[in-house]
Design a binder for this molecule. Structure first.
Ligand code: T1G
Length: 697
């Protein structure tokens, strides 16, 4: 039974028991409803306590049931029934108390939280809003300003803060939750019930809503849920309680069926699915990773070291020279000091993390490391040399990883006596901040090495996705395809600022030319020069970026790139010199410049990207389209509320994408190779999930 009923000293205990997270699915709600009625009807029961079995009180509504429509009793029915009950109902909270579970607690007549409990209303992160009275009851309990903070940010509140906000009545030590909740229940039975609905809301500061609306225009661009949630809270102040509840329910139902919520739910499940690799990693032993080594103390090496130190793991970083080591350590120290100055970490945390990162100029310092990540110059011969050395100095069980962003990991693994311990861990810059790690799987790597790496990536609070070996892996390979169309559009009639604006309006954090200016144009210029000898002469190639580099425009670091920058500022300013150069190249190449619409920009850039994603699926470089979406959301600033490129494409229409791809192929030849999978799905009217069964990549 997903809800059990016990009686102890006249108090009925209703225990939610629906592993793994006590989600409030149809069966749980129905059982809770009937157990509640039974307890209320039982004359020997004076009060009721609701608690959760296992690690969490409850993760709230069952997100998997959202597509199934409303079932009875609904959560608003249940919360309403609890609140109106004639006997006191107390919530005993521990672990996660999220969404509908917190709303259930808000409707109770008292709340006790165990130390370590985390309370939140994360609905907006799923493209919905609290739909079981949260927007109406929370402001009554904690005030409008605090309520809006929790509802609009989905922020987790620890038990102590919850008590300070008066969201819970008591915080109690571990192991005492039930006794203290029963105690509160007995006291409430003597004093009579206190209902949240009867509390009056204190008037908020007069400019609060205007201030928050202005914030949302910046932070929730293109989103519906936060604005709708704000409106609900506004109505909670203006309308009688029951009418406000009905208005909230309406708003919730509208959002739950909308594209934003579908996309955000897709990402929620795709993130969890990416951690599973079926037969590949099932039942494998996870190796203990206690000490980490990094080779190369450049920007990337320092970032990777900090990512591990942030998770409490000691790291030793080697560099070829003592100056390199000193410079790297200085970078790490400066970065942590800056975080401390900004209040992101405490002084103690800052000192601890700095102490966890050690430098060395000799490989022998790596002999104790359980995982070593190479982050040296992106050059095959250098990397192969590093792996030969690592093979000699590291202990037998050590995992050896390369942070290459494009090189063939199979060839790197060949350099070692035991290639089953070699793989790629592709961190994204800045590695201490960016959430994504592509876990690159060469043919020879063992399953236990893969699962150990997925595990340590999770311990770092990052999202690991397993990908196969190919040029650029998943993320960068799709990025090249997208980026190339942006360059071609310049030649045909667009300007950098127009393309960047259209892409930002789509929801990307930055446009492609802004990104280049931040990253620096010189790195890809060097790669292009290396590739020039092997580039087919009849292949279309845009020389504009090369021309910018030739005149020393390397991006922000030189004060000019695709844009120009005032001294000390990072704000891009459109530059007539770039416009003239773009137009000159168009003329040289024989293009008659034409009007380019935003739709064409979005269709071509993302069409090429999605087509490349479909090729990646065909080749089993990624196992699932959801994995690709997770990579783009976490590594490239793809708007989460659009669900990632593959999910977005399904909504946009795969047939439309296929048509754009066909046109690009007709004009650009092998640079856009249409994916057979994409064409097939477009013809059959299916989505990516239906086209192929997940393959280990
Ligand atoms: N519904 C359904 N399944 C859920 C779930 C949920 N709410 N939460 C987790 N799961 C599944 C998850 O997919 C995974 O499944 C397993 O549980 C373990 O999760 C009316 C409408 C609770 C902190 O947003 O934040 O209430 O992959 O791998 O790291 O207003 O899960 O094993 O098959 O994440 O220990 C709001 C979401 C709902 C909470 C546990 N609630 N969950 O983390 O394990 S909307 C949330 C979490 C709502 C009301 C509205 C985390 C966790 P599988 P996990 P974890």
């Amino acid at each position: 039974m997903p809800v059990t009923l016990d009686k102890r000293e006249g108090v009925a205990l209703l225990t939610l028991d629906n592993p793994p997270v006590n989600a409030l699915g149809a069966q749980v709600k129905s059982a809770l409803g009937s157990r509640l009625e039974a307890a209320l009807a039982d004359a020997s029961v004076t009060a009721i306590v609701i608690l959760g079995a296992g690690r969490h009180f409850s993760a709230g509504a069952d997100i998997r049931e959202f597509d199934a429509g409303t079932n009875t009793p609904s959560l608003p029915d249940l919360t309403g029934r609890i609140e109106k009950a004639g006997k006191p109902v107390i919530a005993a909270l521990h672990g996660t108390v999220a969404g509908g579970a917190l709303e259930l607690a808000l409707a109770c007549h008292g709340r006790v939280a165990e130390e370590g409990a985390q309370l939140s209303l994360p609905e907006v992160t799923l493209g919905i809003l609290p739909g079981a009275g949260g927007t109406v009851r929370l402001p009554r309990l904690v005030g409008v300003e605090a309520a809006l903070d929790l509802i609009l940010n989905g922020r987790k509140v620890a038990a102590d803060e919850a008590a300070a906000l008066r969201l819970v009545d008591e915080v109690v030590p571990r192991g005492t939750l039930l006794a203290r909740a029963m105690n509160l229940a007995e006291r409430a039975a003597r004093k009579g019930v206190r209902r949240t609905r009867d509390l009056t809301v204190a008037a908020p500061p007069p400019d609060l809503f205007a201030r928050i609306e202005a914030d949302l225009r910046k932070t929730a661009r293109g989103r519906k849920a936060p604005q709708a949630a704000l409106e609900c809270v506004r109505r909670a102040l203006a309308l009688p309680f029951d009418e406000a509840l009905l208005a909230e329910r309406d708003a919730f139902l509208t959002l739950v069926g909308g594209e934003e919520s579908r996309a955000l739910r897709h990402v929620f499940f795709a993130e969890r699915e990416a951690q599973k690799f079926g037969e590949l990693t099932k039942g494998t032993t996870v190796r203990a990773i206690r000490r980490v080594g990094v080779v190369g103390f450049g920007t990337m090496g320092a970032g990777i070291a900090m990512a591990f130190a942030n998770a409490g793991l000691p790291v030793v970083v080697t560099d070829a020279t003592q100056e390199g080591v000193d410079g790297g350590l200085a970078k790490v120290r400066a970065s942590y000091e800056e975080s401390r100055a900004k209040g992101r970490i405490t002084g103690a945390e800052c000192a601890e993390r700095i102490a966890l990162v050690r430098g060395a100029s000799d490989y022998s310092a790596l002999s104790e490391s359980d995982l070593v990540i190479e982050a040296v110059f992106e050059e095959m011969d250098i990397k192969r040399q590093v792996f030969r050395r690592l093979d000699e100095v590291c202990h037998d069980r050590a995992i050896l990883a390369t942070n290459t962003s494009s090189l063939d990991v199979d060839r790197i693994a060949e350099e070692t006596k035991d290639p089953s311990r070699v793989l790629g861990l592709h961190f994204f810059s800045p590695a201490n901040i960016m959430k994504l790690v592509e876990v690159v799987r060469p043919a020879t790597v063992s399953a236990s090495v893969l699962s150990s790496c997925l595990d340590v990536v999770k311990r770092m609070g990052k999202t690991g996705v397993i990908v196969g070996v190919c040029d650029g892996f998943v993320g960068n390979r799709m990025l090249y395809a997208y980026r190339r169309q942006a360059d071609f559009l310049l030649e045909e009639g667009a300007l950098p600022a127009q393309i960047d604006r259209a892409i930002r309006e789509f929801g990307m954090a930055m446009g492609p030319f802004q990104v280049s200016d931040v990253a620096g144009l010189d790195i890809s210029w060097r790669i292009r020069k290396r590739q020039a000898a092997t580039r087919p002469k009849d292949q279309r190639y845009s020389p504009i970026a090369d021309r910018l580099c030739e005149i020393g425009r390397f991006g922000q670091k030189t004060g000019a790139g695709w844009y120009r920058y005032e001294k000390g500022s990072r704000a891009p300013i459109a530059d007539p010199e770039v416009e003239a150069l773009v137009k000159a190249v168009s003329a040289e190449l024989g293009f008659t410049r034409r009007e380019i619409t935003d739709d064409e920009i979005v269709g071509r850039c993302f069409g090429a990207m999605v087509n490349e994603g479909a090729l990646i699926l065909e080749e089993s470089v990624a196992a699932r389209s959801g994995d690709i979406d997770v990579i783009w959301v976490h590594g490239y600033g793809f708007p989460r509320h659009r669900g990632g490129p593959m999910h977005w494409a399904e909504g946009f229409g795969l047939a439309r994408i296929a048509a754009v791809v066909d046109r690009m192929h007709a004009e650009q030849g092998s640079l856009v190779r249409p994916s057979v999978l994409l064409q097939q799905l477009a013809r059959d009217g299916k989505g990516f999930g239906e086209g192929l069964s997940p393959q280990p990549c």
